[in-house]
Design a protein around this ligand. Sequence first.
Ligand code: 26V
Length: 840
Amino acid sequence: MNELATPAPAGSEPEAELSADARAAQFAQQVGQLRDAVIEKLTYSVGKDRNTASERDWFISVALATRDHIVNDWMRSVRAAYQENRRRVYYLSLEFLIGRLLIDSLTNLGLVEQMRAALSSLDMDLDKLRQVEPDAALGNGGLGRLAACFMESMATLSIAGHGYGIRYDNGMFRQTITDGWQHEYPEDWLDFGNPWEFPRPEVAHNIGFGGVVDAMPRDNGSPARIWRPSETVVAAAYDTPIVGWPGADKSNFVNTLRLWSARAPDPLRLDVFNEGDYVGALADQVRAESISKILYPADSTPAGQELRLRQEYFFASASLQDLIRRHLRQNGDIDALADYVVIQLNDTHPAIAVAEMMRLLVDVYVLDWDRAWEITQATFCYTNHTLLPEALETWPAPLMERLLPRHMQIIYLINARHLDRLRAEGMEDPGKLSALSLIDEHHGRHVRMGHLAFLGSHKVNGVSALHTELVKQTVFRDFNEIYPDRIVNKTNGVTFRRWLLEANPHLTKLLAETIGKDFYNDAEALKALEPLATDLDFQARFAGARLANKTALAGLIADRMMIKVDPNAIFDVQIKRIHEYKRQLLNILQTIAHYNDIRAHPMRDCVPRVKIFAGKAAASYHMAKLIIKLANDVARVVNNDPTVRDLLKVVFLPNYNVSLAEAIIPAADLSEQISTAGMEASGTGNMKMALNGALTIGTLDGANVEIREHVGADNICIFGLTAEEVAVRRARGNDARDTIAASPMLREVLESIRDGAFSPDDRNRYATLVDMLTYHDYFLVTADFDAYCATQMNIARRWRDRKSWWRSAILNTARTGWFSSDRTIAEYADDIWKVPVRPS
Ligand code: 26V
């Protein structure tokens, strides 16, 4: 299936200097070596014979053979960073949504075809084996996937970057859909071992919790504080090498993702065991290890649980201890920390690191407070990823006092100094002072982690131009007035290796044949396609590559869902977490309107469409789960209605993850980015689909605004209220009843849902949902409905004019080079981190 997965083996093949014969000889030699290596791994590492090995055994052998190719480059990269005494970037993130690594690693090593040939000589198929690898799903959605793209781009740009996170035993839950309802099951990515990681049992740090803080007299008069934790957990390191795309010198830079696993200091309490309490003897171990047991599977609702705070502190403390130890080993001087270290906080999840850094500098390394604060601020930077009020983390002060008593003292002290300074500068307004305080006193004391992250950092960034503006105007308005230079924008990006070269080999091959391979190294080189946008021959080939992807996806849909879809229909795709603000509901309502229209006008010539949905709902998010049920109910009715005659199909693909995204994105014609304006910080799926030649239907939200600027207003379909209009509408109080009354189409749709047309087994199922839309339409679904439907009709018209459609699609691919995460990371490096990057 995937014989085109041939991004040039750039890593290992100095093409320009070698003759064709020499290249062929080198290729054959690599194939032979890989074949031997795979057999050796199968025999001596997996302990299996060729005849009895399962596909999983083969996958592990192939991964281990691949890993060996990474290790030399890895050691060279580590040595280079050390010898050049590079300034290091530490990316602290509770989530890394990596997906599979086999093809990713082989691509960047330039060994895809060699491995394919090696395996085929062993009667094995690389494309089959790649499917065996479980996804590393250590993230919820956009924020975690961004961290994974950033790791790859940092390696690509030869930045000495280290990722720090948690090695969850169970990542994002596995979603099944039964009878239309979502069910969650634990995910088991580690069950058969993880061939990419290196356990580092010698790298372990003690993490304290609870206890008391003692004051001890010191020579200089001010007492030293000694924290005596009541509980200690050990953080044990596991390293995964992250290979970058090769640079101009053809070498691969390799960075480390270090994930922490929690251990009890003692495996069991022997005294308790000896008394016969076998379960009690293990209690400490269970409690300690629960910290790295499971990823919090919510993407915005506050966790509000002690375990989440324990996770945050556990990984923040382990990471700071680790990086300080590395710094001291190399530079010896804690005072110079900020010269050699920059720490990026991925959202507020690691924000407790600000207080931990102060504790380490003041209590352990005995720096005076002011100097410690200078170093802390010069070291940290913070990225905000959401304005949703429910996602802005706060922790109850009593919980913090109990779990992290010394940190709470430090936070109070940071706050006192901060407020004193504001007062000294003339701020008197108690309302302003209370808004700027690290402590929210409104409904029981809470620590505002966003405020702590802001104050402790020298740069704070939003993730798209619009989002950054809104960050300045809303959550950090008062801070922005006081520190006007601190907030900057860094529009997100995605790694083109995974999201174009690996996910879409058909298109990649066509592009390489047409404009050469420059875009492998520099995404902006895709611009060379622009003149071909109206070339009918190229259009046909472009459409052909896309049709191959759509046919493959149709096969996947048939296999998994037993639904037959026509690859020539418009593939209209909405794939992302299920959330009211992302408005899957708007899409479903329009689907029903379209269905009604087909039935009302059976003779009308209509463009065939396949509506494809995928995404997970947080387990406790009832409305999101009801939206999934509605999508499935609508799918059942529409797909089984013979009057629809295949003009409309609705598919909800279960268990959305990185690998499923890789199958869907290259096959999307239409990319749904329809959030309530002002609510989607950036989006990154929008970039991936545009890059692969989909047209976007979207609101002026997040990075859609910049996608429009880049691809041109003619090549994107924008509709709906703007962020400003949303704010005005909400301020004046939005009453959907008038809107519904004014739209016969919407009325009909809502009535059919309310009357149980899609839930004959439970006619009341959607009563609350319709009520919500009628009386509390906070996300303005009804307000944007007519504009959305009109835009969808316009899209059908555009689809009929295929020449114009392909022109727009090609221009989307040609003009989205700017959305490469290499560009984003180069901006971070230049503007925030102050580290050099290797030219492509
Ligand atoms: C918040 C929480 C709250 C507590 C429970 C666990 C949890 C996990 C994650 C989050 C953060 C959600 C924020 C997020 O994912 N933002 C997304 O970030 C993307 C990358 O910048 C961006 O493209 C999306 O627009 C934005 O929604």
